[in-house]
Design a protein around this ligand. Structure first.
Ligand code: TXA
Ligand code: MG
Length: 345
């Protein structure tokens, strides 16, 4: 199959393909999604097949306006309207109780619930409107690899396997949406996956919000099936390191003593400082967590393709967006944090 690249102006042919049951990747503000008609069982099955995704991991259904959700859910829990008014379109996925006999098990992973999101991307909202159907959209990467933040990443993973990619340049945020379950019996929203909409932002709108504990302890049985899978990993081992330049220096010394070729994922200050001392660097630019988050997956993908044995990636404090950044980075690093003291004791 030839994978066609559509520009942002070619929505019509891309929407026609979706309607016909073909797979078309689409841009969002978070990462690129792998689009298929959510009401077409064969098309949704194909999404799992091309990604190599375990079939009990449910999909997010993308809509172009809130009214579209109504016919697929049993009810709207108390905080729905405030959350939708405040954050849609945007990087917030909301989980509702699914109306029986609407979506297939392939969409919901056999759960009694279904996840919805209205992405903040004009092309994709237009795509959904023109297709006239809700569109499932997991991240458009091969399962287990870092999510795609450019059309080129999608092409790299899925060329020849999908009908098209709608290219709207690099995504703004760089990590997937915040997933919030609204179906708890006590009515309190629960964050299942951290993203750019933070707990504090949600609490400003709806009061108390809980965080699912398995986000902290990886050993517990996950509530959302998707969370038990190791995600976002490049092939080269990733270690999280502190951004203090003495710590970076020690980490480099250690890797060299082990004859490892080094790749750094760091800000431009550290990048400049250590450019002569390591084999490869991907700088995310200015030293802030927004930049680090925006380029995390692109940086890991890029470094993974170079001739190195280890990636050292800069950490950030786990507050605000830093929670989502560290959540993804820890998964990529398989929770490995380089403790300099224990290496050089
Ligand atoms: O930003 C995003 O959310 C991107 C873009 C493309 O929209 N999509 C995305 O999809 O990240 P995916 O399939 O890679 O992640 C969906 C997450 C998984 O962790 C899945 O387990 C969870 O949402 N999920 C989906 N439906 C669920 C449900 N009914 N209950 C609990 N978790 C659910
Ligand atoms: Mg994904």
């Amino acid at each position: 199959m030839e994978t066609k690249l559509f520009t942002a102006k070619e929505i019509k042919p891309a929407a026609a393909l979706i309607r016909q049951g073909a797979l078309v990747a689409f841009p969002t503000e978070t990462v690129y999604g792998l689009g298929a008609n959510a009401l077409n069982e064969q098309a949704v099955k194909q999404v799992y097949a091309v990604k190599g995704r375990p079939s009990d991991n449910p999909l997010i259904v993308h809509v172009s306006h809130f009214e579209m959700v109504k016919q697929y859910v049993t009810d709207f829990p108390v905080h729905t309207k405030q959350l939708v008014d405040s954050f849609w379109p945007g990087p917030l996925t909301l989980i509702f109780t699914v109306k029986p006999d609407t979506f297939s098990k392939t969409v919901t992973g056999g759960l009694k619930t279904v996840a919805f999101r209205m992405p903040n991307n004009a092309q994709t909202l237009d795509l959904i409107n023109q297709a006239g159907v809700p569109i499932v959209g997991p991240s458009a990467n091969t399962s287990g690899k870092p999510s795609p933040t450019t059309a080129q990443h999608v092409y790299h993973d899925l060329q020849g396997k999908i009908a098209g990619i709608l290219d709207d340049g690099p995504t703004q945020i760089g990590v997937e949406s915040t997933v919030v379950d609204l179906t708890a019996a006590d009515g309190i929203p629960v964050i299942l996956r951290p993203g750019a909409i933070t707990k504090e932002q949600l609490e400003e709108v709806v009061g108390t919000v809980k965080v699912d504990q398995h986000l902290i302890s990886e050993k517990e049985t996950p509530k959302a099936p998707g969370m038990k899978y190791k995600h976002y990993s490049p092939d080269v081992p990733v270690w999280i390191i502190d951004g203090d330049s003495q710590v970076v220096e020690k980490a480099i010394e250690w890797a060299k003593s082990e004859n490892k070729r080094i790749g750094l994922y760091v800000d431009d200050i550290l990048s400049e400082k250590f450019s002569e001392k390591v084999e490869e660097i991907f700088s995310f630019g200015e030293s802030n967590v927004e930049q680090a988050t925006k380029f995390l997956f692109a940086g890991l993908r890029s470094l993974d393709e170079r001739n190195i044995d280890v990636i050292f990636a800069q950490n950030f404090p786990e507050t605000g967006l830093g929670i989502a950044y560290m959540n993804r980075l820890k998964k990529a690093a398989n929770q490995k944090i380089l403790k300099i003291d224990s290496i050089f004791e």
